[in-house]
Design a protein around this ligand. Structure first.
Ligand code: HEM
Length: 124
């Protein structure tokens, strides 16, 4: 399984389902709920979805609209300590369980998220 195969396998719909399941958990989460923009959760959902679609072989909407991802820089305004990182991963892992994507895709994405989430830690 390589990156571009993911979009070819699950398409727009798969990423929409996954990211929707992730964001559904955010508002009531005691750590992440206050970090994400309450009045623009739909926008945040779209940004993550478009980023993933482009990253895994689909249309490059994210880069067209937002430019180079620079994810570490874009996360700098948020205090992401290991606890927040683990919580993000917990919610995403739960979303991956629920989304019922093909097993190899699920495992590939789980490892991808796990690695990137660790890179986003910017507080001890
Ligand atoms: C480690 C824990 C993480 C926390 C606490 C976190 C938190 C946030 C927050 C609060 C936002 C702002 C929401 C918005 O308005 O767009 C955001 C944006 C974003 N996050 Fe994360 N995030 C984490 C990990 C990740 C990971 C692992 C990825 C990718 C695999 C990711 C991708 C993105 C993207 C693409 C955006 C939109 C950036 C933009 O264009 O402004 N984040 N994140």
């Amino acid at each position: 399984m390589d990156d571009a195969q993911i979009y070819a396998t699950i398409g727009e719909e798969g990423f929409q389902r996954l990211v929707g399941l992730f964001y559904r958990q955010v508002p009531t989460d005691d750590i992440l709920g206050r970090m994400y923009p309450k009045d623009d959760l739909a926008g945040a959902e779209q940004r993550l979805r478009d980023f993933l679609v482009g990253r895994f072989g689909g249309p490059q909407r994210y880069i067209e609209e937002r430019g180079h991802p620079r994810l570490r820089m874009r996360h700098a305004p948020f205090a992401i300590d290991p606890e927040a990182r683990d919580r993000w991963m917990e919610l995403m892992s739960h979303a991956l369980d629920e989304a019922q994507l093909p097993a190899d895709v699920t495992e590939f994405l789980r490892e991808f998220f796990d690695g990137v989430a660790t890179m986003m830690i910017n507080r001890a």
